[in-house]
Design a protein around this ligand. Structure first.
Ligand code: ADP
Length: 162
């Protein structure tokens, strides 16, 4: 049985993330979407909210569950008996970062394999950070995020500039 872990900040989950989770769910027996509780960046949503939004966005996938974690991703993966790490790649800058992390993770957990999915055409420019910036400035982001996320972002920034 192949168990995969898909780690990320998911601040907040986008349709790009949902697409990767759907494709991983079709390939592996079980997929755990793992939310970094405290990534080294400023967050918009609390861990609880990021988990809640992901659970709603992925509720149609019966072999996917969502959990948060602290500490090293590979340690959490080992604890869950996951043998595969899933990540998504958009452009070449993603590749460089993933390549670096993959080399280090291989040292930390030699038995863990990394599977990277190429972004679906149309989602290559969809990133949580860009969507937060657009939303804060009053732009419409609805087509790039699950509906619960669009609502949560509108609530965060208020309806005043819409
Ligand atoms: P992190 O903080 O680990 O980069 P993110 O939440 O930004 O976490 O992303 C989690 C994973 O999903 C990363 O592997 C990232 O490259 C991938 N990802 C994010 N957006 C997209 C997208 N639009 N298409 C494909 N993969 C994506």
């Amino acid at each position: 049985m192949a168990v995969a872990i898909y780690p990320g900040s998911f601040d907040p989950v986008t349709k790009g993330h949902v697409d990767i989770a759907e494709r991983a769910a079709a390939l592996f027996d079980e997929v755990i979407v793992a939310v970094y509780a405290a990534p080294p960046k400023q967050l918009m949503f609390s861990t609880e909210k990021r988990v809640e939004l992901l659970k709603k966005a992925l509720s149609h996938l019966s072999n996917v569950r969502v959990e948060s974690f602290t500490g090293l991703t590979v340690e959490f993966a080992k604890k869950l008996k996951a043998d595969v790490l899933v990540r998504g790649l958009r452009m070449s800058s993603d590749f460089e970062r993933e390549f670096e992390m993959a080399q280090m993770n291989k040292r930390l957990a030699p038995d863990m394999e990394l599977v990277c999915f190429m972004t679906r055409s149309g989602y290559e420019f969809v990133s949580s950070s860009l969507l937060k910036e657009i939303s804060e400035l009053g732009g419409a982001i609805d087509e790039f995020v699950p509906k619960e996320v669009a609502a949560a972002m509108k609530e965060k920034f208020g309806y005043k500039n819409r």
